[in-house]
Design a binder for this molecule. Structure first.
Ligand SMILES: Cc1cc2nc3c(=O)[nH]c(=O)nc-3n(C[C@H](O)[C@H](O)[C@H](O)COP(=O)(O)OP(=O)(O)OC[C@H]3O[C@@H](n4cnc5c(N)ncnc54)[C@H](O)[C@@H]3O)c2cc1C
Ligand code: FES
Length: 514
C-alpha cells in the first residue's frame, strides 16, 4: 500500500463509530491520502501509520498483541502507543496520530510531528565513562549500536567493520538488488548522517585481528589498538569455498557482501550462462534474481529436492517446479568435480557451459578471533541466556553465537537476519544492565520470484508434517512436528498464521493446524 494509492477503508478524519472498533481489534482507514491503522485496547484507541517501516508491509493484516502490532511480512513489532519499532527487522518507528473521542465516535486528527520517543529506561541511560566496541558492521552489530543509543547510552560507541560499506541490507543482495529491481538507496540500513548524528564512530575497512580480554583491547590489522569496557562480537559467517580444480578462477564467485554482489552483477550479462552450485536459500534466490537479468541459469546440487532438509518434500517439489517454470535447469543428485574458464564438469563427466559460477554451499561462522582470545567455543561462540560469552563483558550475537534456547533446551546457532538483529538489540539492553534472557522465536523468510516463504521456530528433524493448503496454489501452512509438538511452521502468503504460530511458541504453546 503506497501513499500514492487510493486510500481504502473508512475516512478516519470524519471518524468512525465506537462499535466499529471492538476491544483488541484493529482496522485500516485513511486520513486524506494517508493510510492509518487504528487499534483499540480497553478504553484507549491508538492510531499509527499503516505501513511497516521495514519494507512497507500492511500492518492492518498483522496481529495485535497487547499494545503492540506485528507486521505480517517479516514479523517486526511496533509499540502502538509510541510508534517505536521494538523488535527488528524494522528499526525506524511508525508515526503516531492523535485520536479524539467525540459523541461516541473516534476521530483521527493530525499526525504527530516526531514519532513518540519512549523515555530511555533509567537503568540504561547512563554509562558516560563506558566505551562499547562492536566488532562487525552487519545485522547484529548495527542493531546493537542503534539500540544502545535508543536506550540512552551516553558513552563512547565504536563499530569496527572489515567491510568497505556502511551496514547494509544483506538479504536484499540475493533478491531485488541482485535482480536489478532495487535502487542503490534501498541498500544502506541507515543513512550516512545517522552515525554522526548518534555519535557512532563507524570505522570501515577496520579488520580486528586479536582481542586481549585481560587488557580489554582489540587489535586491528592496521596495528592500531582500541580499548573497550564492553565488547560485542558480531562477525557473522563466511561462505564455504568449493574444493575442486578451478574453484579459484575469477568467474567463480560467492555471495556475502555488497562487493560480492556487485562483482556478480558485473558478470551477469543477458543470455550468458550462470551455473549455481548448491540449492541453498542463497543459491536459489540468486537463481531467481539472475533469471530476472535474462541469464540462462543451471543449478547443481547433491540432494534429490531443493531445500527438502529444511522445508520438507512438498515445499521442495514446489520450489523446484517454481524455478523450472521460470526456465531454471536443475542437475540434482550431482556434484562438481572441476571448473575451467568455460565449463563446469560434474562427477559423472557431464559438462555444463558457464560464464559465471556462483558457489552457494553454505557458510561457516567466523570464529578465529574468539578462538584466539580463549573464549569458549563449540560449533559457535558459546553464550549464556544474556548472550554473554565465557569472558565477562564480552558478548556475541548473530551467525556466530550459540545460545541456550529456552523452548527446546538445546543450544542453537542460526543464520537468520531477524535473529541476528534481535540478538544485537538484546545485547544492547543487557550491556546496559537489563539482564533480559534472549527468548525470541527464530524467524526467517526467503523470496524467490513473487513467492515469499516464511518460517518460524526451528526443526532439524521431525516425525510428521501436517499440511493445510497447497504450495502450488501459493497458499499453504506446514507444521513440522516431533513427538506430538510443533517445532516449526512454514507458510506461503499466510502472514497472520505465521505470526500466530510465533506467538503460540513465545507463550510456550504448540501451534496447531486448525
Ligand atoms: C545474500 C544473503 C541473503 C540473505 N537472505 C536472508 C533472508 O532472506 N532471510 C534471513 O533470515 N537471512 C538471510 N541471510 C542471512 C543473514 O543475512 C545473516 O544471518 C545475518 O546477516 C547475520 O548477521 P551477523 O551480524 O551475524 O553477520 P553479518 O551481517 O554477516 O555481519 C558481519 C560483519 O562483521 C564484519 N567482520 C567480519 N570479520 C571481521 C573482523 N575480523 N573485524 C571487523 N569486522 C569483521 C563483516 O565485514 C560484516 O560487516 C542472507 C545472507 C546473505 C549473505
Ligand atoms: S515489511 Fe514489515 S517486517 Fe518487513
Amino acid at each position: 500500500m503506497s501513499d500514492a494509492s487510493q486510500p481504502s477503508g473508512p475516512d478516519l478524519a470524519a471518524g468512525i463509530t465506537e462499535s466499529l472498533l471492538a476491544d483488541g481489534t484493529m482496522l485500516v482507514g485513511h486520513v486524506g491520502p494517508k493510510a492509518v491503522l487504528v487499534a483499540r485496547r480497553g478504553s484507549e484507541v491508538f492510531a499509527v501509520d499503516a505501513k511497516c517501516t521495514h519494507y512497507g508491509g500492511p500492518l492492518g493484516e498483522g496481529v495485535m498483541v497487547g499494545e503492540t502490532v506485528r507486521c505480517p511480512w517479516h514479523h517486526a513489532c511496533f509499540n502502538l502507543r509510541t510508534g517505536e519499532a521494538i523488535a527488528a527487522p524494522a528499526l525506524m518507528p511508525v508515526h503516531c496520530w492523535r485520536v479524539e473521542r467525540t459523541d461516541g465516535r473516534y476521530i483521527v486528527r493530525e499526525r504527530m510531528k516526531e514519532a513518540q520517543r519512549r523515555k530511555p529506561d533509567t537503568r540504561t541511560a547512563s554509562g558516560k565513562s563506558e566505551r562499547i566496541v562492536i566488532i562487525g558492521g552487519g545485522a547484529a552489530g548495527l542493531a546493537a549500536a542503534e539500540m544502545l543509543r535508543r536506550e540512552g547510552f551516553g558513552g563512547a560507541l565504536t563499530i569496527l567493520s572489515a567491510d568497505d560499506s556502511a551496514p547494509y541490507d544483506r538479504p536484499n543482495l540475493s533478491k531485488d538488488y541482485l535482480a536489478g529491481t532495487a535502487s542503490e538507496d534501498w541498500i544502506p540500513l541507515r543513512p550516512t548522517e545517522f552515525y554522526a548524528d548518534n555519535d557512532i564512530d563507524l570505522r570501515l575497512r577496520a579488520e580486528a585481528v586479536a582481542i586481549d580480554p585481560g587488557a580489554r583491547s582489540v587489535k586491528l590489522a592496521s596495528g592500531e589498538s582500541v580499548t573497550y569496557t564492553k565488547l560485542l562480537l558480531a562477525t557473522g559467517a563466511e561462505p564455504v569455498r568449493l574444493k575442486c580444480q578451478g574453484a579459484d578462477l575469477p568467474h567463480v564467485l560467492t555471495l556475502r557482501s555488497l562487493a560480492d554482489c556487485q562483482a556478480i552483477i558485473a558478470r551477469a550479462k543477458p543470455n550468458s550462462r550462470a551455473v549455481i552450485v548448491g540449492a541453498s536459500f542463497i543459491g536459489l534466490e540468486a537463481a531467481a534474481a539472475l533469471r530476472q537479468r535474462q541469464m540462462d541459469v543451471h543449478v547443481v546440487a547433491p540432494e534429490a529436492r531443493p531445500m527438502e532438509r529444511v522445508l520438507g518434500p512438498a515445499m521442495g517439489d514446489f520450489i523446484r517446479s517454481l524455478h523450472e517454470s521460470q526456465g531454471v535447469v536443475f542437475h540434482l543428485g550431482h556434484t562438481v568435480s572441476a571448473i575451467d574458464t568455460r565449463q563446469v564438469k560434474l562427477e559423472d563427466g557431464a559438462l555444463i557451459d558457464a560464464d559465471l559460477v556462483l558457489i552457494g554451499i553454505g557458510v561457516r561462522p567466523r570464529l578465529t578471533l574468539p578462538e584466539k582470545a580463549g573464549l569458549a567455543i563449540d560449533h559457535g561462540v558459546l553464550v549464556n541466556e544474556y548472550l554473554e560469552t565465557s569472558s565477562p563483558g564480552i558478548f556475541a550475537a548473530g551467525d556466530i553465537a550459540r545460545w541456550p534456547d529456552p523452548r527446546s533446551g538445546d543450544r542453537l546457532r542460526i543464520e537468520h537476519w531477524v535473529v541476528a538483529e534481535r540478538q544485537g538489540q538484546a545485547v544492547a539492553r543487557n550491556m546496559l544492565g537489563c539482564r533480559e534472557p534472549f527468548a525470541s522465536v527464530p524467524f526467517f523468510w526467503t523470496q524467490q520470484y513473487d513467492v515469499s516463504i516464511d518460517y518460524v521456530g526451528h526443526a532439524t528433524a521431525w516425525d510428521k508434517i501436517d499440511q493445510q493448503g497447497d504450495p502450488a496454489a501459493r497458499d499453504v501452512a506446514l507444521w513440522f512436528r516431533r513427538n506430538g509438538r510443533t517445532l516449526a511452521v512454514s507458510t506461503i502468503f499466510r502472514g497472520r498464521e505465521s505470526l500466530q504460530a510465533e506467538l503460540a511458541m513465545e507463550q510456550g504453546r504448540s501451534p496447531e493446524a486448525r
